[in-house]
Design a protein around this ligand. Structure first.
Ligand code: MRU
Length: 351
């Protein structure tokens, strides 16, 4: 089962809104199809959104080629990128991938639109392939770091940071799967992740399919589970990491970090370097996506509250860097992240 597939100029996206009960692919032939799929979370998870958007740019470029308007090619393409960028505001991998695509288009700006479409397709394929390799590298680093002890671990994760959230094995779940491969996982507790249940629908499904021992809990069971089941570590993904290591991830992660601190449980973040936004000094500057109130008042069309119930629905929260034991990246580990540790890491790897 592939999260996304590019075949003969068409992007196929596994529709995650209907998983785990139905496995069906959306066919995207226009950049607007991709925009919609990202907005409704048919494709979700920061790295997967970035890869999908890159292919969205190829579809956009092709549409300009087929129907040129008044604007120069590059200007029209920039408009499409700006539009795609608005599909989800917190996951910076989206913005990162669009910037990569625009930089590529501009670098070939002197060539014909047909030639630019070709190089953009190659670029999107490269972003896709890189994500696969990055995930594998991250899984190795993370398993080395977290699996240092000699007994199998009890882990807890939130939302879905697995293969379904990336083009490869996943970020947090990639690390967990590698630990499992090494015989170092006793149990993974998966938060169901209200309101859209990525943990119940996607993470539990993905870990079960991979033969990793998993137990589903509701979000409000996390503190008690950590205490009663002696959770050794929490590992989650990220949507945007500021220069000081403050990390935006699925709503509920901040709460987990507070509980973990009290209980003395380390919290690990697994994220590719493309999830860092070092233009932001701290987490308070990270834009937090707010989603439709109906996501909280109902689930799949079935009401769970009165339709006029006032709602607050932030999709992400920010975990302060003080609450994070380490960030696992494809180039290694940033322990006890803060501005200096992040800067030193990027300097060391000449990034
Ligand atoms: O709203 P979602 O499902 O896109 O949120 C996803 C998450 O918060 C993930 O933890 C994050 O994107 C990391 S994905 C490898």
């Amino acid at each position: 089962m592939e999260t996304l597939r590019w075949e003969k100029g068409i992007l196929y996206l596994l529709d995650q809104t209907v998983l785990p009960f139905t496995e069906t692919y959306l066919t995207c032939t226009t950049w607007q199809d991709v925009h919609k799929a990202i907005s409704v979370l048919a494709v979700r998870g920061a790295p997967a959104i970035g890869v999908a958007a890159a292919y969205g740019v190829v579809l956009g470029a092709r549409s300009i080629l087929e129907k040129p308007g008044d604007k120069p090619f590059i200007t029209a393409l920039q408009d499409i990128c700006t539009n795609l960028d608005g599909a989800r505001p917190t996951a910076v991998n989206l913005h990162w991938a669009l910037e990569q695509m625009m930089a590529c288009a501009k670098a070939h700006g002197g060539e014909s639109p047909t030639a630019i479409v070709h190089v953009l397709e190659d670029k999107a394929k490269a972003i896709h392939a890189d994500d696969v390799a990055i995930n594998t590298a991250m899984a190795g680093w993370g398993a080395d770091e977290i699996g240092k002890g000699d007994r199998p671990l009890t882990l807890l994760t939130h939302c879905n940071a697995g293969a379904l959230a990336t083009a490869g094995v996943g970020t947090a779940l990639g690390v967990i799967s590698e630990l499992h491969r090494r015989g170092q996982v006793k149990m993974v507790y998966a938060d169901e992740t209200r309101p859209l249940l990525q943990g119940a629908r996607l993470t539990a499904f993905e870990l079960m399919a991979g033969g990793v021992p998993v137990t589903l809990i509701t979000d409000n069971m996390a503190a008690w589970t950590m205490k009663e089941k002696s959770v050794d570590a929490i590992i989650v993904g990220a949507d945007r990491i500021a220069a000081n290591g403050d990390t935006a991830n699925k709503i509920g992660t901040y709460g987990l970090s507070l509980m973990a601190k009290v209980l003395g449980i380390p919290l690990y973040i697994a994220a590719p370097l493309s999830t860092f936004d070092r233009s932001l000094a701290g987490g308070s500057q990270i834009p937090i996506e707010e989603r439709s109130h109906d996501e909280v008042r109902s689930f799949r069309g079935a009401a769970t509250a009165l339709s006029d119930t006032p709602v607050y629905n932030p999709a992400f929260d920010v975990t302060p860097h003080e609450n994070i034991r380490a960030i696992v990246t494809e180039k290694g580990i940033i322990s006890h992240p803060d501005t200096e540790a992040v800067q030193t890491f990027f300097d060391k790897h000449s990034l």
